[in-house]
Design a protein around this ligand. Structure first.
Ligand code: BGC
Length: 675
């Protein structure tokens, strides 16, 4: 073969390799100016949250980090956000963001300041924090290791020594015993790849080492620790009732020059070390630590997660000369914008992260996403783009269950100290004053737009027509299949994504004392005397949101709330009523999408629908047409709004408790599996 033939073959092979690599690993870039980022739509049961970590906010922690800060002359975390003392006020801030979830970490060095010594006061405080969150209807998600641990543990070699894993398991067990009756969401380790690389390759996190040998040991021990933690907690009482997962940061690596094979090799190597080896380990139980040639089988690792937490921040462009310190700016594409951390905003990488974890076949939560942006001029766009990516991935069928913004408030950003501000709230570290940023308001608004309205239940009606079953207790408290009707109604509302309900209890309100429903914040309101359905709503005017879902306490109506609420909002109607056309009798006439006449007492021959029980109401309807005293909702409001009420036709069967026969039919339906 001639030399030029060989050269041609080599060039062809090179070009082909680059082509295949490029086609298989596209670096997506979206033209954001063409996307509608304003109207983001999420499932109504999507979990909205914010996230923090103990060492970054609590203040005055004595741990591997505080030790490292002083030994390296780094900015000291000091009192951080003084959250350990201000947690109640900070929980108000979470509530104001409309979110229903809060991810935070437990500071091991507080709980176990010395080996074998538990600080019961600290444990008690974490327990109170959990109670307080639940009382606000905010579900806690607890992280057991978020970069920080006690000094005594570090002095023993921390995760460098396999035998030390036991110490962390003991701590995890202890906290699980205390909190698992209330905490349903657990994260084992936050970002083991970041902890390992920053602490043992780049030396920027404690213990500041630079050793591949130690990196391999720590990485493997962290995976052992995660697997053991998962298996241990799962085998404890209540282990089956909780969800436990690993939180994995995904860094996307792209070759700087897409025609340069060396850049491709570098990108692939980094992708393997940061992402793939960890995810593969979780999938098949064998872990090949970064820079290791061999894999190790880790008992219990395979499938050791009920969900996968994805922390996503950016992509990095790989060359053999990439900067390894934050002092030098990483390479970016010319059209990309740098965040304060100097790496670019690249929301497209979030979708690529979802694609990367998808073959674990686990529900995905974005457990962290946010941006360092001192003046808050990039964060609104950052939020919109990442939420747009998430909403799109969901509509493409990906199983993404929630999104936790990083972070609730500005805080101690590890090696960067207080220079990088990630919060939805600005924190003045001198005065500890917190101020909501525009981006925080934006996030709160998106959450609100994607959260179902308040549920209002008219639960005071008595079971007079139920004969012997009851004449003196509200129908909604009568049990069907072992649970009060009200519980069945709330179960449905909760599974639809509703999180708060106002229960109008009639004049026998005491009977609802002690009634609770996990996940639902309940307010009860009693009448001084029987006021009728309309009077009951007027009487509770001050507790009504501007828009609410109105339900009858004796009807079980399992329809899709999301779709009726969107229909209502789209039509901008004052009231939307569900109309069923398949019923034994008819009590209304609807035409061209509106309810024209309603008459319960004298049904007419030309009636073509029946009110099926679920309505969406604007509070202004009550303010305009209501009055003091006793009055009927149907007679007054349906008459006043005839021709203006939106008719939402849905033929889902509904179950009422009108008579003992109907009640037993409902019981039968539930026995057969219900909705
Ligand atoms: C960490 C956080 C950190 C954030 C922003 C994540 O990798 O879990 O603790 O503050 O990145 O850099």
């Amino acid at each position: 073969m001639l030399w030029w033939e060989m050269a041609l073959i080599a060039i062809g092979a090179y070009a082909l390799t680059i082509l295949v690599l490029s086609l298989r690993n596209p670096e997506t870039h979206i033209d954001w100016s063409k996307q509608d980022l304003e109207n983001l739509k999420f499932p109504s049961d999507f979990s909205w949250g914010v996230a923090t970590a103990s060492h970054q906010i609590e203040g005055d922690n004595q741990n591997n980090w505080s030790q490292f800060e002083s030994s390296q002359g780094l900015e000291a975390s000091g009192s951080a956000c003084d959250h350990w003392n201000r947690w109640k006020d900070d929980f108000d801030l979470i509530g104001n963001l409309n979110v229903g979830y809060y991810r935070f970490s437990l500071e091991w060095s507080r709980v176990q300041p010395q080996e074998g010594e538990w600080d019961e006061v600290a444990i008690q405080q974490y327990s109170e924090m959990v109670d307080n969150l639940l009382a606000r209807n905010i579900e806690p998600m607890v992280t057991l290791h978020h970069f920080s641990h006690p000094i005594w543990f570090q002095n023993k070699g921390g995760f460098e020594v396999e035998a030390n894993v036991e110490d962390w398991i003991v701590f995890s067990q202890k906290m699980f015993e205390v909190l698992s009756d209330r905490v349903k969401w657990w994260c084992t380790i936050n970002e083991p790849a970041v902890f390992t690389t920053m602490g043992y390759v780049l030396g920027e996190f404690p213990p500041g080492a630079r050793s591949f040998k130690q990196t391999r040991a720590v990485a493997t021990n962290m995976m052992r620790a995660h697997a053991r933690c998962y298996r241990t907690l799962k085998s404890m009482p209540r282990g089956d009732d909780v969800q436990i997962g690993l939180v994995k940061n995904i860094n996307i690596f792209d070759p700087y020059r897409r025609w340069n094979l060396v850049h491709w090799v570098q990108a692939k190597l980094l992708d393997e070390m940061f992402n793939r080896c960890w995810l593969r380990g979780l999938r098949n139980g064998r872990f090949r630590a970064p820079s290791s040639l061999f894999s190790t089988k880790i008992p219990g690792l395979k499938g050791s997660s009920d969900f996968i937490g994805v922390n996503y921040y950016t992509h990095l462009l790989a060359t053999p000369f990439m900067p390894t310190t934050v002092e030098i700016d990483p390479l970016i594409r010319p059209w990309e914008e740098r965040t304060d951390f100097r790496y670019p905003m690249y929301a497209e990488g979030l979708r690529r992260s979802f694609d990367m974890v998808a073959n674990l076949k686990m529900p995905i939560f974005v457990t962290e996403n946010g941006v360092a942006d001192d003046d808050d001029d990039m964060r609104p766009e950052h939020i919109r783009r990442h939420l747009w990516i998430t909403a799109n991935a969901i509509s493409d069928g990906m199983d993404i269950r929630g999104f936790y913004h990083w972070s609730l408030m500005d805080n101690f950003e590890w090696a960067e100290g207080y220079t990088q501000r990630f919060g939805l709230y600005h924190v003045n570290f001198e005065t500890q004053e917190r101020t909501l940023k525009d981006s925080g308001q934006l996030y709160a608004d998106v959450v609100k737009d994607n959260t179902l309205p308040q549920v209002v239940i008219l639960a005071g009606g008595l079971g007079t027509r139920l004969g012997e079953i009851s004449e003196s207790i509200p129908k909604s408290l009568i049990e069907v299949n072992g649970k009060p009707m009200l519980t069945h109604i709330l179960d449905w509302a909760l599974c639809q994504g509703c999180r708060k309900a106002l229960v109008l209890t009639g004049h026998l309100g005491e009977m609802f004392d002690d009634f609770t429903h996990r996940g639902m914040s309940l307010t009860f309101h009693q009448e001084p005397e029987p006021l009728g359905t309309g009077g009951a709503l007027w009487n509770a005017k001050h507790l009504l949101d501007d828009e609410f879902i109105l339900l009858w306490g004796d009807d079980f109506h399992p329809i899709d709330y999301n779709s009726i609420v969107s229909d209502h909002r789209q039509k901008a109607a004052p009231l939307t009523m569900t109309v069923t056309e398949s019923h034994e009798s008819m009590n209304l006439r609807h035409q061209d999408g509106q309810v024209i006449v309603y008459d319960k007492a004298n049904p007419k021959a030309n009636f073509n629908g029946y009110e099926a029980g679920t309505s969406i109401v604007k509070k202004s309807v009550i303010e305009t047409h209501g009055r003091e005293g006793k009055w009927s909702w149907e007679e007054t409001i349906y008459t006043a709004l005839a021709g203006k009420m939106n008719a939402y036709v849905d033929n889902t069967a509904f179950w009422d408790m009108g008579t003992p026969e109907r009640l037993s039919r409902f019981g039968e339906f539930l026995k057969q599996g219900g909705p």
